[in-house]
Design a protein around this ligand. Structure first.
Ligand SMILES: Cc1cc2nc3c(=O)[nH]c(=O)nc-3n(C[C@H](O)[C@H](O)[C@H](O)COP(=O)(O)OP(=O)(O)OC[C@H]3O[C@@H](n4cnc5c(N)ncnc54)[C@H](O)[C@@H]3O)c2cc1C
Length: 404
């Protein structure tokens, strides 16, 4: 990377999640003279997806070879692990098992193995029943793929360190600054926010669940729409936590970018089970009863959502039922760990995924960056964007530096 010596440009990043913060760091390194400001609408950074996720370091197993997601996931985990090591962020490379619950899933498990190898993952191991039980004694199923380089991390702490580094390098993170209007003037942007007005030569939109709306404020047509999918978790009660040692995942349905309910050991202790994937009635709706009229109107008037529902009736209905039925949720978990029972589960938290959907109802699988005059919009940064955030930030910084 060659630092650019363009005289002090003013750059504004909208969104203080992990992608916005990592982008600020990477832009600061590439453009040392730039004045960098992150605008975040909440009172603190990391309040939405970045602070409501599974805390897993994903290595790039699942993603289509050659996609931006595969490339940035593979380089991203290495960079994230180095970052954690150098900055004292709690993390652990504990490895993961992806479990085929019966013979019908073996072909897909082998496919994942091949895909992981194509993406450059080393040390992947296909395990038979006995071998997988040596790693996770309580796991069910017939075979597993072990991914040794995956792990768990404290993403809140990652964000805290990123924020601190932005300030140390002369950047600003302004909280309680909800961007409400954007005007492109001849000399750059006038950014109106609830914390006052800001001027900027270039904008980077990292607004997560609201990125399509920020794009629209910046004059972009909202072709893809963010559709919120809530992911709900249960926690395993302490006396039964011994049933899971580390990370146990199912073989995912290749049609969806969601991985299926799984078991995750948390970096500060405890085991979580989930998340499911239910359509949410509010983009920041963490409870089943949360409802936002504007978000719901937005979703219901988007033809893509209706096409998605028509195409995936059964899956959407099953997910909804499982969201309301602890028994059904437990049955999904029993496929991975047969001994787990309803009484072992207590309610956990939830997160909402910002998933971009096309007007034809397909879910956008890859990371999506869109350029517009004096702006760059991150329009799809779902999992594993937390793991890959530093690599995403580097990618954005490269694209922005080339345009200043
Ligand atoms: C349930 C769940 C589990 C996941 N598990 C994992 C995992 O284990 N590993 C992994 O790598 N990834 C995981 N992910 C994905 C990962 O969390 C996200 O991809 C990542 O956090 C996206 O970061 P972001 O900065 O783009 O979005 P966010 O963290 O949502 O940040 C966007 C920010 O923009 C702000 N904003 C929005 N509108 C405005 C506005 N008008 N003005 C100012 N600010 C605004 C928001 O307040 C928010 O802080 C998971 C996600 C979910 C939901």
């Amino acid at each position: 990377m060659r630092p650019n010596t363009v005289p002090s440009s003013r750059l504004i990043i909208i969104g203080g999640g992990i992608v916005g913060l990592a982008t600020a760091i990477k832009l600061g390194r590439r453009l040392p003279n730039a004045q960098i400001t992150v605008l975040e609408k909440e009172a603190e950074v990391c309040q939405h997806q970045s602070g409501h996720n599974s805390g897993v370091l994903h290595a790039g197993l699942y993603y289509k070879p050659g996609s931006t997601k595969a490339r940035l996931a593979v380089s991203g985990i290495q960079e994230m692990v180095t970052f954690c090591r150098e900055n004292g962020v709690p993390h652990e490379i504990c490895g993961k098992l992806v479990v085929a619950v019966d013979e019908t899933e073996l072909a897909r498990l082998n496919g994942l193995h091949e895909r992981g190898r194509q993406n450059g993952l080393e040390g992947l191991q296909l395990l038979n029943r006995e071998q997988m039980k040596e790693i996770e004694p309580n796991v069910g199923g017939v075979a597993a793929l072990r991914v040794p380089q995956e792990g768990i991390v404290d993403y809140h702490k990652v964000c805290e360190v990123l924020r601190q580094k932005i300030s140390e390098r002369g950047g600003r993170v302004v909280t309680r600054a909800k961007v409400i209007r954007l005007q492109l003037l001849p000399n750059g942007w006038l950014v109106e926010s609830t914390a006052g007005d800001f001027q900027s030569d270039f904008l980077v939109n990292c607004a997560g669940l609201h990125c399509d709306r920020i794009g629209e404020l910046a004059g972009q047509k909202r072709e893809v729409r963010i559709v919120p999918f809530r992911g709900e978790y249960y926690k395993i009660k302490p006396p039964r936590q011994h049933l899971v040692r580390n990370l146990i995942y199912p073989v995912p349905d290749p049609q969806f970018p969601f991985l299926g309910v799984h078991f995750t050991r948390l970096i500060h202790g405890g085991i979580e089970a989930g998340p499911n994937a239910v359509l949410a009635f509010a983009r920041e709706g963490y409870r089943k009863t949360d409802f936002n009229a504007a978000d719901l109107f937005d979703a219901l008037t988007f033809p893509g959502l209706w096409r998605f529902l028509a195409h995936h009736k059964r899956m959407s209905w099953e997910e909804l039922k499982r969201s309301f039925s602890k028994q059904l949720f437990c049955e999904s978990l029993q496929r991975l760990v047969p001994e787990i029972c309803r009484d072992d589960l207590e309610p956990g938290g939830a997160g909402v995924r910002a998933q971009a959907m096309s007007p034809d109802g397909t879910l956008v699988q890859d990371f999506c960056f869109q350029q517009s005059p004096k702006a760059l919009h991150v329009l799809n940064a779902p999992s594993p964007a937390a793991t890959a955030s530093l690599a995403i930030g580097e990618e954005i910084a490269r694209m922005v530096a080339g345009r200043l």
